[in-house]
Design a protein around this ligand. Sequence first.
Ligand code: SF4
Ligand code: SF4
Length: 377
Amino acid sequence: MDMIQQFRDVSEHPEAYARKWKQKNNGRVVGYLCSYAPEELILAAGALGYRIFGSGHTISRADGHLQSYSCSLVRGALEDVLSGRLDFVDGMVFPHTCDSIQRLSDIWRMNASTGFHIDAVLPVCLNTDSARDYMTDVLRRLKTDLEQHLKTDIHEENLRAAVETIDEIRAGMEKLYILRRDCPEQINGSDLHAIVRSSMVMDRREFLEALNRLLDDMETSASMPRRSAAKRLLLSGGACTFPDIYDIIESAGGVVVWDDLCTGFRQWSGRTHIGNDLLASIADRYLRRPVCPAKHAGLTCRGDELVRMAKENRIAGVIFLFLKFCDPHAFDYPYLKQRLDAEGISSLRIELEDQITAEGPLRTRCEAFIETLQKDM
Ligand code: SF4
Ligand code: SF4
């Protein structure tokens, strides 16, 4: 049996999966749009965390509420909810992130009918003395809010079990990335994308079991890591809502062996070091994980992290993949490119727009960039 097919199915039809899950388990679904939404608390409350990507349908209703120069993730998500495609969602958690998502939260609260609405106002500056206490308090408040809305008690042992499950997923995803980095032929890029997308939609325990089966299979059937002719690339940016990019890169002679995407490894990186105060331990992990451009943890932390990832994974080049009109990523780009230039790492910037990404010019740009890269890193 093709072990990846179930991930492809979920990735292509996430809404169908969530509806079925809800019916089968008589469960509740909590939607979110950003990797700073605390997965552990949603799982501990017995709900299904559902990452909303925007389904790529034509945008019309959302234009009545949002400027057309908002990113397609935000516009697409609003279109989906206004069109009734998210009617299975019982409540939303909006972590405080970029301006677009914060304003989307206001519009959503007033116009969408997806049940309860929680704004989790996380700290913006993550490396201050007070950030940990503040973040812990936000999580405490979120826990109480979820308990009230979902009519449940999140007991200490449930929260601990949820943290352990989410950490096992993080460990499994890291293993998957490493196995694939060392032998990219095992799984093509679009299948990796499907697995990552599924990780944010599927029942997390079901996902973990399926992931572990896949990892076992990969480990037993793995050929020795070998140097493939493809040039090794890293994708960096926000949400990747255009899985065809992987096929375009592969047919142009490249292979994506690592990423720094908010719908990629950034979602699952790091671990929770469980101490006496569980919520403080969870907060610690969110403060220590690779930072998004909507947060701050020092002037050079994103550049340092990108260079570290590029070197550790023997990357030949970096492709910055931004959604059009995504200001946070666009603001960071000049200095990130400068850092890569200083290290002799080539990069290409691509802007995508869900509705109108033209494949031909994109293919030509990828081919031209990949051709210029050194093969052996
Ligand atoms: S880039 Fe970061 S802050 Fe922006 S939506 Fe993605 S996870 Fe959230
Ligand atoms: S793509 Fe950029 S602007 Fe859009 S939600 Fe993510 S961080 Fe915000």
